[in-house]
Design a binder for this molecule. Sequence first.
Ligand code: SF4
Length: 260
Amino acid sequence: MMGKEFCRCSNPFSRNDIFCGKDAGGQISMGAGIKMGITNENIGKALRKIERRLPKNIVMASSKADSPFRILVATVLSARTKDETTHAAVNRLFSKMKTKTPGIQARVLARMDEKAIRKLIYPVGFYKTKARHIKRLAGIVAEEYNGKIPDTLEQLTKLPGVGRKTANLVLSQAFGKDAICVDTHVHRITNRWGYVKTKTPEETEMALRKKLPRRYWQAINGILVKFGRAVCRPARPLCPACPINNACPYGINNRKHFKH
Ligand code: SF4
């Protein structure tokens, strides 16, 4: 087993103070402490290992510290858009509201000119449609819910632009409820692990609801979204840098191709 020295190779992940996966002799680390395969016995350990190694500077579209209204708007805007772009757009939009009270923010947003909203949120993907959705959504929240964000899946998914993924993120991030938000990262990574075998994020959500211990429901999205952006990327995942590459079937199968 190798010593934990930080590599000075060309792997960009190693420059983020993350162990790059090779020891001083250039051998690939297979990590320690996790047995082959991701199962219910070791998924908690795997998630903790991943979380410990994540770069601290990853920008997310929203955080638990934000108000439920801001989380809802940010999540609607984040679809098919980089989190950095969404974060900047949300900052521009909310800076125009001149109030921090969510109920009043909903009224202000509902009254804003749709073209002005478009300008503020550009260049998020589908900004014209999203501008229409968040204006209508703000009107419904202001009028029907007296400025409070509804806190059930049924109510949330009736709002314009809000699907299960958005609703689940709002439930877990804004209200601390047990909900699993499955986006493309969670879907891809849990399938690479062989933890689920599904074809769509919706199927993955249902499979995880049956299998994943409830104590990880809220955390899994935040951890795997960052992990999916930094390491377990859609194309060319950085398996040599991965702290659980000794357990992941995808990483083990592709070990012969590891190089950086
Ligand atoms: S595919 Fe590679 S980066 Fe992703 S979890 Fe498996 S070993 Fe890690």
